[in-house]
Ligand binder design. Structure first.
Ligand code: AMP
Length: 575
């Protein structure tokens, strides 16, 4: 726990991500790519520039930019009162809701670091994230998708020593008497001027008398090169890796992604995919929309009928979906009576969109298809809105920054000519130089000269467009949800009847890819079904989407000459 006066981020949490080399950092600043502003400062600027425009629509609730800034300040005071300060990690696990946005900016006010946790994450993932980031607080909901997040939060707070507070956006239920628990609303300190008169927030804590400050006198304890947020990588090994993004780099990402989609003050962005995804939050997504004074509409779920109604009601101009939703959108399009004429851009990415599906989207919607290839580690590519239809249908876009340095390399690390398949590697002003507190993983993923090896196989056209043709990382992309094979293998090997097990991806019409478990069971043990493995996955506290979709029982695990599991041999058995 730190206080607001403790200018500690540089010395503590910040030191857990590698820096860009000084000459690169200087260049990015000199070029004006890194603008030297924190997100708290930006929120104040937006409140001044766009004050009464609607920033966020969540159901019947509408928040102006001024509202957002004020609420972030009020909540920040409440969070500070319970001990959250600069450099403290705080788990943020909320569905698409205004509370995510307000909570995120309240943490920015304090120089604290939101950890983008998915609503589907369960005990194994959440306790790992809390421990790895030494999180001091956990902001979550009461119940979501028939799961009680309060019980999970209580368990995690019992186990993780650093975690002293749980904040529930909703009802405390059985935990009302637990003094670690607070409701989100109870932490709003009353008004953005006379803050804290009755709560001991005197001038000694930095409150100014002028009261006119958007930040309510909190000051801005953060530095633009501090970590603004921690994202999760889909990863390939063990638990998800953490990615620390700085204010400077993330805001630049936001700007160039928004520019590629030509966002402006008239833009209305519908957030359908999970809000904590880098894709939804910033590519271009929510932060890019705020930057230009547009409006963000939060979809309560991914049902195309619900989304189409919102498009009509709010005159949505842009949205982002994944390939799994694309056929559902095409179906709904046939029957809908909603007016979709406001919609200008349908962005699709996070997994490979089949070319034929892309052509159908182009043909059947009046909006422009924008394909993207993005990653939480940084690099973001998108097609240009005026690309010809063939490029729109068959490529995943061009890097959004001219300072993204792309190298497509072969297995020996040699750059391959345009048109040939190789691994996509990248270095640039918003691509990480290393994972959070993970030097070994960093050494594997980042080359000596600073290129991040994505594990994605691509072809680059002379125009700069990239076409994703496969992957060399041991990961399954299940409709955009990334599954690290080794994480699930590790968890399922704990099953008493499983002797050996391998998880691989197999093409699937709906999901793009489904996960297949090849299982060797112990002699005499009963055959295991998909349901058995799902129940087991749940019981060990892994997210439901990580449970195998298909189980194939095999007599023995094929091994390489070195005695390692031979996934290539298993691949021959896939559909
Ligand atoms: P994440 O960090 O979870 O967003 O995952 C990033 C990864 O998603 C990339 O490295 C790719 O493997 C995959 N990905 C994202 N967009 C696409 C796309 N359009 N086509 C194929 N794979 C994609």
């Amino acid at each position: 726990m730190t206080t607001v006066d403790d200018h500690a981020q540089t010395a503590t949490i910040r030191s857990l991500i590698p820096d860009w080399p000084a000459d690169f950092a200087q260049r990015y600043r000199d070029l004006g790519l890194w603008e030297g502003k924190t997100f708290s400062t930006r929120l104040d600027e937006w409140a001044d520039l766009y004050g009464e425009s609607t920033a966020v629509v969540d159901g019947d609730r509408r928040f102006t930019y001024r509202d957002l800034a004020t609420r972030a300040t009020r909540l920040a005071h409440g969070l500070r009162n319970i001990g959250v300060g600069r450099g403290d990690a705080v788990l943020l696990q909320l569905p698409n809701s205004a509370e995510f946005v307000i909570g995120w900016f309240a943490l920015q006010r304090l120089g604290a670091v939101p950890v983008h946790t998915q609503p589907g994450h369960r005990h194994l993932e959440v306790s790992y994230l809390a421990g790895a980031t030494r999180a001091v607080a956990y902001i979550t909901t009461d119940e979501f998708a028939r799961f009680d997040h309060r019980a999970l939060a209580s368990q995690v707070a019992d186990e993780v020593e650093s975690m002293t507070s749980v904040i529930i956006a909703g009802d405390l239920g059985d935990h009302a008497a637990d003094d670690r628990f607070h409701t989100f609303d109870s932490l709003y300190v009353n008004d953005d001027r006379g803050l804290g008169d009755d709560r001991g927030l005197g001038d000694d804590r930095g409150l100014n008398d002028d009261g006119g400050l958007n930040d309510g006198g909190l000051g801005d304890p953060a530095d633009p090169s501090d970590i603004a947020l921690l994202l999760l990588s889909g990863g390939t090994t063990g638990m998800p890796k953490l990615i620390g993004r700085t204010h400077d780099d993330y805001a630049y990402n936001s700007r160039v992604a928004g520019d590629r989609s030509r966002l402006d003050a008239d833009s209305v962005y519908l957030a359908i995919l999970p809000i904590a995804f880098n894709y939804t939050w910033n590519c271009p997504g929510i932060l890019s929309t705020f930057r230009v004074g547009g409006t963000v509409v939060l979809a309560p779920n991914q049902d195309p009928a619900v989304c189409f109604e919102l498009i009509e009601r709010e005159k949505v101009t842009m949205t982002a979906i994944n390939p799994q939703l694309a056929p559902m959108w095409l179906d709904e399009r046939e029957f809908t009576e909603n007016d979709l004429s406001s919609l200008k851009i349908i962005e699709i990415g996070s997994a490979r969109l089949a070319d034929y599906e892309a052509r159908r989207i182009i043909d059947e919607f009046d909006a422009t298809l924008q394909q993207i290839l993005g990653m939480s580690e940084g690099l973001f590519c998108a097609t240009h809105l005026d690309d010809d239809p063939e490029l729109l249908a068959t490529t995943q876009g061009v890097p959004v920054s001219e300072y993204d340095e792309i190298r497509v390399i072969d297995a020996e690390g040699v750059v391959v000519p345009n048109g040939e398949i190789g691994e996509l590697t990248v270095r640039g002003p918003y691509t990480l130089r290393g994972y959070f507190d993970a030097p070994e993983q960093t050494a594997k993923a980042i080359t000596a000269d600073g290129f991040y090896c994505t594990g994605d196989l691509v072809r680059r056209l002379d125009s700069g467009h990239l076409i994703v043709s496969g992957r060399i990382k041991d990961q399954i992309n299940r409709g955009g949800e990334k599954i690290a094979a080794t994480e699930v293998e590790g968890a399922l090997l704990e099953h008493p009847d499983i002797r050996a097990l391998a998880i691989l991806g197999e093409p699937d019409e709906t999901l793009g890819e489904r996960s297949v478990a090849f299982v060797v069971i112990d002699d005499g043990a009963p055959e295991l079904t998909r349901r058995d493995l799902q129940t087991f996955t749940e019981s060990v506290g892994l997210s439901a989407y990580k449970a195998p979709d298909v189980v194939r029982i095999i007599d023995e695990m094929p091994l390489t000459p070195l005695g390692k599991m031979d996934k290539n041999a298993l691949r021959a058995h896939l559909g």
